[in-house]
Design a protein around this ligand. Structure first.
Ligand SMILES: [Zn+2]
Length: 147
């Protein structure tokens, strides 16, 4: 028993969406330096070698805590680098914001969501394989944990 199981790796994905503005200010001079919004797509990929008692890697519903966190923390915010001077105005005018350590690129936003997803979902049986963040239908970034 189990020898076949060991040879199969299961993977599932779920997609979430949120609305937010951002701008790239740190060492950047292109058009994305202007504040602008996206309908962001977030894809979480989970993988593992063993199914649970219901023969699932994880119930899709059990991925909802990540969606809730995204809604609370990122949805309808302006996402700005913590040293962006625009942050002061956003705070002052009581707008929702999310301040980031690095420039709020797709790469960095994916990195932030990856950390949360790993905290929520990683266990002995399943791991987060990657987070993909798409700014549009044609552009996105994926981040993978190192191990
Ligand atoms: Zn953008």
């Amino acid at each position: 028993m189990g020898s076949n199981e060991e040879k199969i790796r299961y993977e599932l994905t779920r997609e979430f969406r949120f609305e937010a503005a951002h701008r790239l200010y740190k060492n950047y001079s292109g058009k994305c330096g202007n504040n602008h919004g996206h309908s962001w797509h977030v894809i979480v990929a989970i993988h593992g070698f063993k199914l649970d008692d219901s023969d699932m890697l994880i119930d899709f519903n059990d991925l909802k805590p990540l969606k809730r966190w995204i809604n609370e923390v990122l949805d309808h915010t302006t996402i700005l680098w913590e040293s962006d001077p625009m942050l002061a105005y956003i705070k002052e005018s009581k707008q929702r914001y999310f301040a980031t350590k690095k420039s709020p690129t797709s790469e960095h936003i994916a990195e932030i969501i990856l950390a949360k997803a790993m905290e929520l979902f990683n266990n002995d049986r399943i791991k987060v394989k990657y987070i993909e963040v798409k700014e549009s239908c044609t552009s996105g970034a994926k981040v993978f944990p190192k191990n």
